[in-house]
Design a protein around this ligand. Sequence first.
Ligand code: B12
Ligand code: SF4
Ligand code: SF4
Length: 267
Amino acid sequence: MNEDLLKAIRRRCRKMEIPLLGVAGVDRWADPPFQPWMPEEFYPQSIFPQAKSVIVIGLPVSLPVLETAPSIYYRELYNTINSLLDQYTYRLANFLNEKGYPSVFVPRDGYFGIKALQKSPVAFFSHRHAALLAGLGNFGTNNMLLTPQFGPRVRFSSVLTAAELASSPLMKEELCTRCMRCVRMCPVQALAEQDYPQALTDKKSCTARSAELNSRGISPCGICIKVCPIGEDRKLYGREDASIYSRKDRFPDEHRAWEHVQRYGGL
Ligand code: B12
Ligand code: SF4
Ligand code: SF4
């Protein structure tokens, strides 16, 4: 295992202000932590046969901006994070290539717009499974990967590399408290009170809501990541009380601010 290279990757990520970084050896895909698991053609070594390790990075979704969703404000944040994820993983892959380790970035999403998702809501590589196997968190009932730092309010992207790097330890502690806020607050009842991968029972309804919001320029939806009480970020923003979203009577200032933002910039 190449410890010096891993240190250099960590230094590089710190320079780019990337808060979450994890590594998973490709052998972890062949030893599924639960069932049903994805078919083998989705494994990193199937997509890039030289791959020995997957480096996963995560960037936070700022809670006060997400709280205005659906809005142009959250959409712009989403686009900014997406652009940074692609740029950072592209640069990390080139850094490794220059050091003699063949590497490729994987785009943070990998689909051609909402119509492609309506045809098939699946991408060729799954970043949240990579993040799970890189020890960054575990799945919640909202179908998202929860992290101690940001709960589900984090977006991931990955680099597939021929470098043999030590895998990060898997996260043992279950983060989801099964409070079912995500299930109750989903506006199209797309989630069920079950654990991943059975939780998102209605991908079609979730995709349809995204399409509807997109036609008004204010996608994505994001309510199931907004209301989740997990994550240190809630403390930072003074948002430990997750009832803030349903109790307008107790939090009138916040609701007024969100409604103000929602009135502008979309169709
Ligand atoms: C397609 C997609 C969607 C679709 C479908 C969602 C879904 N859960 O599958 C829609 C449009 C609905 C969607 C919505 C959202 N998404 Co989305 N989405 C993706 C995308 C592009 C691909 C997901 C994927 O294909 N995974 C691959 C398969 C392997 O996973 P799976 O479908 O869960 O399959 C499992 C089982 O079904 C089983 N299985 C059994 N048999 C079979 C057979 C086949 C053929 C397959 C494939 C699998 C399978 O195996 C799998 C493993 O257990 C990823 C980005 C990426 N490339 O990873 C983002 C991603 C998952 N989305 C993300 C987010 C945040 C959202 C939203 C909150 C919107 C938002 N940005 O505000 C909502 C949340 C919806 C929800 N509660 O799930 C983040 C998640 C971050 C996190 N913390 O976990 C991701 C990772 C984007 C990113 N780069 O960070 N999304
Ligand atoms: S809102 Fe509650 S049930 Fe849903 S993922 Fe978060 S902790 Fe789990
Ligand atoms: S993104 Fe919106 S529609 Fe989709 S599951 Fe989450 S709350 Fe429901």
